[in-house]
Design a protein around this ligand. Structure first.
Ligand SMILES: Nc1ncnc2c1ncn2[C@@H]1O[C@H](COP(=O)(O)OP(=O)(O)OP(=O)(O)O)[C@@H](O)[C@H]1O
Length: 244
C-alpha cells in the first residue's frame, strides 16, 4: 500500500498542496486532471526524483524519504518511451535484468514470457527507430514488467498513439494488470482513458486533489462543478453534485 500524507512541494511558481492519498495493494489508480496540475510532480516525488518540502510517503507502512530512486523498486513508464536507440528490442528489455546480474536461464525465460504477453515476440531483433509508437510503448512496458516492480508509474502512456491503437492497448494493459497485479498509478488528462482503466480515480486541479472515488462515484456524485464539467457532464441535468 502507498500512503501519501500531507505532501507539499513548490517548484518555481507551482505549488502542490496538501496531497493525501492511500493507494491499495494491486490497485489500478488513475490521477486525472488538466495539463499543468501537478500529476507528473506527484509521480516523480513517489519515484524519489523530488524531495517533498513537507509530508511523508510510506510504502507498506515504511518511510521512503531516505531511499534513493533505485532503492524503491518502482517502474516508471514515460510518455515518450525512453528506449535506448542503439539497442534492439531484446537488449532494451534485458538491460535492467543484466544490471541486476540475473542468471542467464532466468532472463531467457522471463524475456520469452514478456515478449509473448505483449505480442512483440516477432520484434525481438528490431531497433526502436524501426517501430511504431504502439510497438515502442509495448517495449517500454515490457522493459519495466520484466523487473517485477512493486509499483508501476505510467505517465500518459497513450498520449502519442492514434485512437484505435490506444483502445487496443488499453484492454491489453488491463489484462496485464490482472495477470501481474502490480500496484499501478497512471496519469492522464483523458477522462475516457481513466474510466476505462481505473479501480479508483483521483481528480486534480491546480496542484490540489478535488475528488477521489470509483468511476461510478465520480460520474454520479461529482463533488463540484469543476469535476462535473471535466468529465463532460456539462448540462448537469442527470448529475447530483454531492459534497463528500
Ligand atoms: N523542475 C521544475 N521547476 C519549475 N516548475 C516545474 C518543474 N517541474 C514542473 N514544474 C511546473 O509544475 C507544474 C505541474 O507540472 P506537471 O508536469 O506535474 O503537470 P501535469 O499535471 O503532469 O501536466 P501534463 O498533463 O501537461 O503533463 C507545471 O506548471 C510545471 O511547469
Amino acid at each position: 500500500m502507498i500512503e501519501i500524507i500531507d505532501l507539499n512541494k513548490t517548484l518555481g511558481d507551482f505549488r502542490l498542496r496538501n496531497i493525501n492519498l492511500k493507494i491499495e495493494d494491486n490497485e489500478y489508480f488513475v490521477i486525472l486532471g488538466p495539463t499543468g496540475t501537478g500529476k507528473t510532480v506527484i509521480l516523480e516525488t513517489l519515484a524519489g526524483m523530488y524531495k517533498p518540502d513537507t509530508g511523508r510517503i510510506l510504502f507498506d507502512g515504511k518511510e521512503t524519504l531516505h531511499l534513493y530512486p533505485e532503492q524503491r523498486n518502482i517502474g516508471f513508464v514515460y510518455q515518450d518511451y525512453m528506449l535506448f536507440p542503439h539497442l534492439n528490442v531484446r537488449e532494451n528489455i534485458l538491460f535492467g535484468l543484466k544490471l541486476r546480474k540475473t542468471s542467464h536461464e532466468f532472463m531467457e525465460k522471463k524475456l520469452d514470457d514478456i515478449l509473448k504477453m505483449l505480442n512483440i515476440d516477432h520484434l525481438e531483433k528490431r531497433y526502436p527507430a524501426t517501430l511504431s509508437g504502439g510497438e515502442q510503448q509495448r517495449v517500454s512496458i515490457a522493459r519495466i514488467l520484466v523487473l517485477s516492480p512493486d509499483i508501476m508509474l505510467l505517465d500518459e502512456p497513450f498520449s502519442a498513439l492514434d485512437p484505435r491503437t490506444k483502445q487496443e492497448f488499453q484492454s491489453e494493459l488491463k489484462k496485464l494488470h490482472r495477470e501481474f497485479k502490480t500496484t499501478t498509478i497512471h496519469i492522464t488528462h483523458d477522462f475516457n482513458e481513466a474510466f476505462a482503466l481505473a479501480d479508483r480515480i483521483c481528480i486534480m486541479n491546480k496542484g490540489e486533489i478535488i475528488q477521489v472515488g470509483t468511476p461510478d462515484e465520480i460520474i454520479y456524485h461529482p463533488v463540484n462543478e469543476f469535476v462535473a464539467r471535466f468529465i463532460g457532464c456539462d448540462t448537469m441535468k442527470n448529475v447530483k453534485i454531492t459534497a463528500v
